[in-house]
Design a protein. Structure first.
Length: 134
């Protein structure tokens, strides 16, 4: 499954009713947002809400260039989640609940992050397509 097809599938699962920003089209976004260098991955899907006032719904899937690089990316995404927990604790109950229930998982050379009230449904869709993501 291509990044574009994966993105379109995932968009059908999001809970947010506003616009989702397709950060996949922003070549330097993983580096700018998370310090993830382009040489660590061959492709990725990155969707996030455009208005973070009441939601922080985010879906990221990376196809790393190696299992080792997958581990590096996972560490960066774990750090991102920890930072959000610190940022939103005692600030926004809706967002902190989403962040506390988020998922960051690695399987082989693929790694994904899901922040969503629909985390289980989205994770099922990710897992169903992860092996064929290139």
């Amino acid at each position: 499954i291509t990044a574009e097809d994966f993105k379109e599938l995932l968009l059908t699962k999001v809970a947010f009713e506003g616009d989702m920003t397709d950060c996949t089209k922003l070549a330097d976004y993983p580096m700018d947002a998370h310090g993830i260098k382009a040489e660590l991955y061959s492709s990725y899907v990155y969707l996030e809400v455009s208005d973070t006032t009441n939601s922080y719904e985010t879906i990221i899937v990376f196809h790393a260039t190696s299992v080792d690089n997958c581990g590096v990316i996972k560490e960066k995404l774990d750090g991102y989640i920890n930072g959000l927990k610190a940022q939103f604790t005692n600030y926004n109950a809706t967002i902190i609940e989403m962040v506390n229930n988020s998922v960051v998982e690695a399987e082989g050379d693929k790694v994904y992050l899901i922040i969503s009230p629909n985390v289980n449904e989205i994770e099922d869709a990710v897992k169903d397509n992860l092996k064929s993501f290139n």
